[in-house]
Design a protein. Structure first.
Length: 159
């Protein structure tokens, strides 16, 4: 499957960038071909990074003006986003096959988040809190927690 992953650049030291750095190679290990659209961390032009295309931001700060073009150019079967959905194009899921891996940091779930995700193929919450807030709003989600690099973050021996 060809996946366009939309988030912060995987070289960015942001929370989303760290998640991208871990998830993108994991998707490739599962046999997927991954392109990346870092709406934060790449402006200018298309580059290759770690053997995969990285598409640049253009005019809109969240990529709403170019995400569909990038997905078409990459021939993406699906677009996976890791970003706040309330800032996204209201027709995102009508323009591309879309799976948001979505943060939720409000209670109750904001109406804009419910509205924006209504066109998604599936919605994936990365926290149990987020999954519960979607459920409270009558929306079914899947749950995939944020990951950690277990080589760097692991229990130390007790001495």
């Amino acid at each position: 499957m060809r996946i366009l992953f939309v988030s912060n650049a995987e070289w960015a030291g942001t929370g989303y960038g760290v998640q991208a750095k871990g998830l993108i190679p994991g998707l490739e290990k599962l046999g997927h071909t991954v392109g990346v659209f870092p709406f934060w961390g790449l402006q200018g032009g298309l580059i290759e990074y770690n053997g995969r295309p990285n598409y640049p931001l253009w005019g809109n700060e969240w990529g709403n003006d170019v995400f569909q073009l990038h997905a078409q150019h990459f021939k993406a079967d699906v677009v996976i986003t890791l970003q706040d959905t309330w800032v996204m194009n209201e027709n995102y899921g009508n323009l591309v096959k879309w799976i948001p891996w979505v943060p939720v940091d409000h209670s109750p779930l904001p109406p804009q988040v419910k509205e924006r995700t209504s066109t998604a193929l599936r919605i994936v919450a990365f926290s149990k809190f987020g999954q519960q807030e979607f459920a409270n709003a009558g929306v079914k989600t899947d749950y995939i927690p944020h990951g950690v690099d277990v080589e760097n973050y692991k229990p130390l021996p007790v001495d």
